[in-house]
Design a protein around this ligand. Sequence first.
Ligand code: GLN
Length: 540
Amino acid sequence: MTTGSRYIFVTGGVVSSLGKGLASAALGALLIARGFSVRLVKLDPYLNVDPGTMSPHQHGEVFVTEDGAETDLDLGHYERFTGRAACRGDNVTTGQIYTQVLAAERRGDYLGATVQVIPHITDAIKRFIAEKEGSADFVICEIGGTVGDIECLPFLEAIRQFGNEVGPARALFTHVTLLPYIASAGELKTKPTQHSVKELMSVGIRPGVLLARADRSIAAEELRKISLFCNIEPGRVIPALDVGTIYEVPLTYHACGLDREVLRYFGLNAPAPDLSTWADIVRRAKAPEGEVRIAIVGKYTDVRDSYKSLYEALDHGGIASNVAVRAQMVDPEGDVEAQLEGADGVLVPGGFGARGVESKITAARWARQKRVPYFGICYGMQVAVIEAARALGGIPDATSSELGPGGTPIVGLMTEWEKGGAAVRRAAGGDKGGTMRLGAYPAVLAPGSLAARVYGRAEISERHRHRYEVNIAYRGALERAGLVFSGLSPDGRLPEVAERPDHPWFIGVQFHPELTSKPFAPHPLFTSFIAAAVAQGRLV
Ligand code: GLN
C-alpha cells in the first residue's frame, strides 16, 4: 500500500447506543480480512480523565489495556474483532485533552496567547490523531457521543480540519444513524437521519458512507431517498440491520458492500476477504447443541454493559463447547442460595466496595459445598479465599480491608508492587484515579495444577485492575483450608491464582481473563469453566 495511513472517522447521530463501536470494530475486521493493517482509536467527549472513576452503572465496563490504561469499553470490541491489543494511546477524552492544554498554559508554552477551544483544544485533538500516522494502513477513529451534543463539537471541528489537511483521498467520514420504525405508519422513517446528516454538514463534515441502523429490512426506495436527501452515493447507504449475534456484523456489512465501498472510495484494490472464521463462529453461536446456566453474583444486575467483556468471554467459552450460555444475574440483596439452585456454574466477577459482599461469600461457599464449578475473577477470588479462611482455615473473622476496619484482613491494601523491575508505591489515602495495579503482569503457575493444565504452560501474563491482594502471610492457614495458590507473581509475593484440588473445578484469579478472550480464540479459563459447567449439567 502507498505511504500514509488512511483515516476513517465514525460519528453517530439520532440517538446514542447505536453500536458505533461495534460498527467500527466490524469494519476493522473486514479490512484486516482484506489484508490491510488496521488501528482503532476512540475519542471520548466526557470530562473525566478516564472512565476508571466512573460507575459501570452509568458508563459500562472499564476496559483495561495491556499497558494499564483504563479505557472505554469500545476498545474491548476493537480487540475482540481485530485480535490486535489496544494500548493507552488508542483512547483519549476531553478530560485528557484539557489536562494537557492547561498544563502547557501553566508552563507558559503559549507565549502569551489567549488559549481557546479553537485552535488549542482542536490542535491537541489533531495531534492525538496524527500520532497514529503510519502505524497502520487504516486508522479507524470513532467519536463518542451523538452529533449535536455540545461536548462533541471540538472533536467534530478537529476531524473536519484533519480531513481537510490530509485531503479527501486519505480521509473518509462515515456516519451511523437510526431509522426508527413507526408502528402506526407501518414504516421506517428516514427524517431523523436526514436531520442528523444536516447537523453534520452544518459543522462542515460531509459523510461519504452512511450506516443506517434498523430493526427490519429497509426498502430500496428508502435507501434511495436517504441517498438523495443526504447527498451520499446510492451504494454507500449501507443497511445495518439488527442481528442475532454481534459476530454476524462483519458478515452482514460485507454482504451490503461496506468494505467494497470503503476501498472504492480510497481507490484501493484488494482480494475478496476470507470470512470463513466469522461464518463458523456465527454458525456455532446460532446452533448450540445444549445450554448451560451460569449464575453471576455481581453488583450491577440490570446493565449488561457493566460486564461487557465478561458476557462476551462466557459466550466464547460456549462457542468452544457448542453450547449456549444462559447467564443469570443473582440479586445480592435477595435469597442467594435459592437463586443459585440449578446453576451449572457460579461466577463472581470483579467488583468494588462492601455492598453485596456477604452474598458473594455465600455463593463461593455454596459452590464449594455443592461441588458446582466456581470461577472467581479478581474480587471473586478474594471472596472465595475469605470464605475458605472463615469456614475451614480457623479465621472466623477473616475479611478484606476494603470492607472497613475490624476482623482479620487476610485481603489487604497493596502499598507496593513491582513493575518492570522497579517498585511501585501507593499511600493509603492517595488519589483514586489510575492508581490501582493496572495492566499486564506475569504469573508463574504450579506444575500439575488445574491452572497449569488449563493454560497448557507454566508462565502467563494477564491484565489486572485491583487495589487489594490476598496476603501471602496467611498461606499456611489457607492451605490448611484446602486452597492451593497455583499461580504467584514471579517474586512469589502476590497470589495470582487460587484453586481447590478437592473440587471438580474451583478457581479464583486475581486478574481479568475476560478482557483478552476473542470469539476466534476463547480464553482457556472460560473454555475450561464452560466445559466443566457442561459436565456438571450432565450430572444433574
Ligand atoms: N475491589 C478489589 C480490589 O480492588 C477487586 C477489584 C476487582 O475486582 N477488579 O482489589
